[in-house]
Design a protein around this ligand. Structure first.
Ligand SMILES: CC(C)(COP(=O)(O)OP(=O)(O)OC[C@H]1O[C@@H](n2cnc3c(N)ncnc32)[C@H](O)[C@@H]1OP(=O)(O)O)[C@@H](O)C(=O)NCCC(=O)NCCS
Length: 169
C-alpha cells in the first residue's frame, strides 16, 4: 500500500535513506535539511499543500510504499513543473529499497503516482531517468511511457531519457 509517512516510520525510513544514499540516491528528500523526523513530516504536509515552499520547489506529494508494514520504496509526485523539472526532473520520482527490487514494486509505485497526478489535474506526466538506468526505463515504458527525447543534464553531462505518460491509461 502507498501512504503518507508517520512518526512510527522513522527507523525504517532512515535505514532506507542510508541504503539508497550508498547508491547516490536521495530517498527521504529534504530530511537532512529538516533536521528532525517530525520537522520533515511537517515539511511534507506543507509542500503537499504548496505552503512555505523552499525557493524553486513546487507542490509535491511524497509517500511511502509499504508491504505488510515494511517500507519498500517511496514515491514523489510534483504537481507542476518548473524549468528544471521540465528539462530533467519530471513530475514523478520513485525508488525501491535494494532488498525489495524486481518484484514489481516500482511499477506499482509509478501506477499509484499516475493516480495522484490525475487527482491534481494532470492529464499527462513527464517521467525521466538516466539513460543507463535500464530498470527505471523499463518501469516507465511498462507504464505506457512514450519517449520524447534524450537530453544532456546541465553541469554533469549525464544523459536523461524523457518520457510522457498519459494519466488516464
Ligand atoms: C529503478 C528501480 C526503482 C526499479 O525498481 P523495481 O521495484 O526493481 O522495479 P520493478 O520490479 O517494478 O521492475 C520494473 C521493470 O524493470 C525491470 N528491471 C528491474 N530491475 C532491473 C534490472 N536490474 N535490470 C534490468 N531490468 C530490470 C523489470 O524486469 C521490469 O521490467 P518488465 O516489466 O519489462 O519485466 C530500482 O532499481 C531503484 O530504486 N533504483 C535506485 C533508484 C532509482 O534509480 N530510481 C529511479 C530514478 S529515475
Amino acid at each position: 500500500m502507498v501512504r503518507s509517512f508517520t512518526a512510527d516510520d522513522e527507523a525504517q525510513a532512515r535505514t532506507a535513506h542510508a541504503e539508497l544514499a550508498a547508491e547516490g540516491f536521495d530517498f527521504c528528500l529534504g530530511l537532512e535539511q529538516s533536521g528532525t523526523w517530525s520537522a520533515w513530516l511537517d515539511h511534507l504536509v506543507e509542500i503537499e499543500r504548496g505552503r512555505d515552499l523552499p525557493p524553486g520547489w513546487v507542490p509535491e506529494t511524497f509517500v511511502g510504499g509499504f508491504a505488510g508494514g515494511t517500507l519498500v520504496g517511496r514515491l514523489s509526485v510534483r504537481h507542476r513543473l518548473n524549468a528544471h523539472l521540465a528539462h530533467v526532473g519530471g513530475h514523478i520520482g520513485y525508488a525501491v529499497r535494494p532488498g525489495h527490487r524486481r518484484r514489481g514494486r516500482a511499477s506499482a509505485l509509478l501506477r499509484h503516482g499516475l493516480l495522484v497526478a490525475r487527482g491534481v489535474g494532470l492529464e499527462r506526466v513527464l517521467v525521466t531517468c538516466t539513460d543507463t538506468n535500464v530498470a527505471s526505463a523499463r518501469t516507465i515504458e511498462g507504464a505506457g511511457g512514450e519517449l520524447e527525447d534524450v537530453v544532456v543534464v546541465p553541469g554533469t553531462g549525464e544523459l536523461k531519457r524523457r518520457y510522457w505518460i498519459a494519466t488516464h491509461g
